[in-house]
Ligand binder design. Structure first.
Ligand code: BES
Ligand code: MN
Ligand code: ZN
Length: 481
C-alpha cells in the first residue's frame, strides 16, 4: 500500500479519480462556491450529514465528484482522535473488493496530529492477515492519497506516520502468526532480516551462549519446551558510537501455556500474542531503519515458549538469575518477569540513557486499564513524562502506575532473595516491583501492554501497539527532549 500526500482543496478533490473519496468534514465547515462544497453544505444543512464524530453519509457516483463512491464523514473539531473514528467509520461503509484507489481529503486545513491519525487509521482499517490462509485475500487498497489544503505543512508528520505504519504492520504480522509458525527461531530470523539495513546489526544467541551468560532465570522458563530459546540483540546505529543508547527490551514468550501452573483452556490460544512486546521491538526497528534518526538504540528480545514437559520448572524451584539474585518460582505462569529480569541485567553493559521494557505481563493490567491505555511504570519522573507525552502525540496512550516500596512486601520469601509472585492485589504493580530489582543501574521504565497489544472476539488480532509510542519516544530523544 502506497501513501501519498497532496495539497488539495475541494475543487481538486472533486477531480480526483478514485474508487472511494472520503471527505472529512468539520463541524465548522463553510461551503465555498464549488459544487462539491455546496453538496457538503447542503448535506449538513439538511441534517442528512449529522455533525457527531464518525457520522457518515455515503453517495454513489455523485455528479459533483469523479470518485465512484463518496463518503462524507464528520470529524467534529478535527482532532486526532476524531479523525481516527471518522476514517474507521467511513471505511466501514466503503470498504469493498473494488477499493483500490482511496482518497482521504480534509475539507478544512488539517492539524498535523490529524494527518497522522488519518494515515494510521487507514492502515489499521485495511490491514488483512493472510500468512496462514490457503487462499490469501490480501488488502485491496493499493494507493492512498491524503489530501489537505495545507498538506505541505504536514509533510514531516506524514512521512513519519507512513514509516510508523510499516513498523506497526511488522509488529502485527509477527504477533498474529500462530505459535507453531512464530517460534523463537523464527523471531531470530525476523530480527536478522532487519539487519539487512546498513544501520542495523543483529546477533542471535542460543541456549549455549545464554547458559554462559548465566541467565538462569530465563533458562528455567525455556526448559519445559522442545523449542530452543533465543536471545536477540539488535542495534540501530544512527549516531556516533560514543553516544549512549536507549535500550528496548521485549518479552518474547511465543506461547504461554502457564507451565505447570497451567492456564485454563478458554482463550488459551490468545497466548500466542505473548510475544507482542518482542514484536513491538521488531516493528520499532523497522521504523527506525526507514526514518534514520541520529540516535543509538539497542533492542533486546528474550524469546522462548512457556510449556510443560518432564524437565519443566516446578512451583517452589529456586533459580539464580544473571544478576546473582536467587528467585523462588512460586507460579510458573509468572514467566514474563523471569525472562525479562535477565535481559534487564544484560542491558547494563550498554550503559544506556534509559531502558524501556515492553511486555504482555499481567492479566491484572487488563483489569486495571483495559484496552485503552498501556500500563506505564518508571523509576524517574522525567522518563515517565517523556513516555506519557510520546503516547499522547502518537495516540498510543499509556498511564503511569505507582512503584511504592510497600508493593514489594509480598515478594518476600524464606527460600530465596525474592519470589516471582505476590498476592492477587495490585498484580501489575507487584510484577513491576519484581522487575525493578533488576533495573537499578539506569533510568528504567516498563510498559505492560497486556490489554493494548491485541483485540479479542470477532476482531481478534494484534494492534501493533506500542510501536507508535516507542517511535515518538525515541525520536524525541533525537531532538534532545
Ligand atoms: N502472559 C500473561 C499475562 C496475560 C494474561 C496477558 C492475560 C494478557 C492476558 C502472563 O505471563 C501471566 O500469566 N501472568 C499471570 C501472573 C500471575 C501468575 C501472578 C497473570 O496475570 O495471571
Ligand atoms: Mn504467564
Ligand atoms: Zn506470559
Amino acid at each position: 500500500m502506497n501513501f501519498e500526500l497532496k495539497a488539495m482543496d475541494l475543487v481538486a478533490a472533486a477531480d480526483e479519480k478514485c474508487d472511494v473519496l472520503v471527505l472529512l468534514v468539520p463541524k465548522s465547515f463553510k461551503a465555498a462556491k464549488d459544487d462539491l462544497s455546496q453538496l457538503v453544505g447542503a448535506a449538513l444543512k439538511s441534517g442528512d450529514l449529522e455533525t457527531g464524530v464518525g457520522k457518515v453519509l455515503s453517495l454513489y457516483r455523485p455528479l459533483q465528484a469523479a470518485g465512484v463512491r463518496v463518503v462524507l464523514a464528520s470529524v467534529g473539531e478535527g482532532g486526532a482522535r476524531e479523525v481516527r473514528s471518522a476514517v474507521v467509520a467511513a471505511l466501514g461503509v466503503a470498504k469493498s473488493a473494488n477499493l483500490k484507489r482511496l482518497c482521504v481529503c480534509f475539507a478544512a486545513p488539517a492539524q498535523e496530529a490529524a494527518v497522522r491519525a488519518a494515515v494510521l487509521a487507514v492502515a489499521d482499517a485495511t490491514y488483512t492477515y493472510t500468512f496462514s490462509k490457503s487462499k490469501p485475500q490480501p488488502r485491496t487498497v493499493q494507493r492512498v492519497l491524503i489530501g489537505a489544503r495545507n498538506a505541505a505543512e504536514t509533510k514531516t508528520t506524514f512521512d513519519r506516520a507512513v514509516a510508523i505504519v510499516s513498523g506497526v504492520e511488522l509488529a502485527k504480522e509477527w504477533a498474529n502468526r500462530p505459535a507453531n509458525l512464530a517460534t523463537p527461531k523464527h523471531l531470530g530470523s525476523a530480527a536478522q532480516d532487519l539487519a539487512k539495513h546498513p544501520k542495523i546489526e543483529c546477533t542471535v544467541l542460543g541456549p549455549k551462549e545464554v547458559a554462559k551468560l548465566g541467565m538462569g532465570s530465563f533458562m528455567a522458563v525455556a526448559q519445559g519446551s522442545e523449542e530452543p530459546l533465543r536471545f536477540i540483540v539488535l542495534r540501530y546505529n544512527g549516531a556516533a558510537k560514543t553516544k549512549a543508547p536507549t535500550v528496548l527490551v521485549g518479552k518474547g514468550i511465543t506461547f504461554d501455556s502457564g507451565g505447570i501452573s497451567i492456564k485454563p483452556a478458554p482463550d488459551m490460544d490468545e497466548m500466542k500474542f505473548d510475544m507482542s512486546g518482542a514484536a513491538s521491538v521488531l516493528g520499532t526497528f523497522k521504523t527506525l531503519g526507514l526514518l534514520k534518526p541520529a540516535i543509538n538504540v539497542v533492542g533486546l528480545i528474550a524469546a522462548c515458549e512457556n510449556l510443560i514437559n518432564g524437565k519443566a520448572v516446578k512451583p517452589g524451584d529456586v533459580v539464580t538469575s544473571m544478576s546473582g539474585q536467587t528467585i523462588e518460582i512460586l507460579n510458573t505462569d509468572a514467566e514474563g518477569r523471569l525472562i525479562l529480569c535477565d535481559a534487564l541485567t544484560y542491558a547494563e553493559r550498554f550503559k544506556p540513557t534509559a531502558v524501556v521494557d515492553i511486555a504482555t505481563l499481567t492479566g491484572a493490567c487488563v483489569i486495571a486499564l483495559g484496552a485503552v491505555r498501556s500500563g506505564m511504570f518508571a523509576s524517574q519522573d522525567t522518563l515517565a513524562q517523556s513516555l506519557s507525552e510520546a503516547g499522547d502525540r502518537s495516540q498510543d496512550l499509556c498511564w503511569r502506575m505507582p512503584l511504592d516500596e510497600e508493593y514489594a512486601e509480598g515478594l518476600k520469601t524464606n527460600f530465596a532473595d525474592v519470589a516471582n509472585v505476590a498476592g492477587r492485589a495490585a498484580g501489575s504493580v507487584t510484577a513491576a516491583k519484581f522487575l525493578q530489582r533488576f533495573a537499578d543501574k539506569y533510568p528504567w521504565a516498563h510498559l505492560d501492554i497486556a490489554g493494548s497489544a491485541w483485540k479479542s472476539g470477532a476482531q481478534k488480532g494484534a494492534t501493533g501497539r506500542p510501536v507508535g509510542l516507542l517511535v515518538e519516544f525515541l525520536l524525541a530523544q533525537a531532538h534532545g527532549k
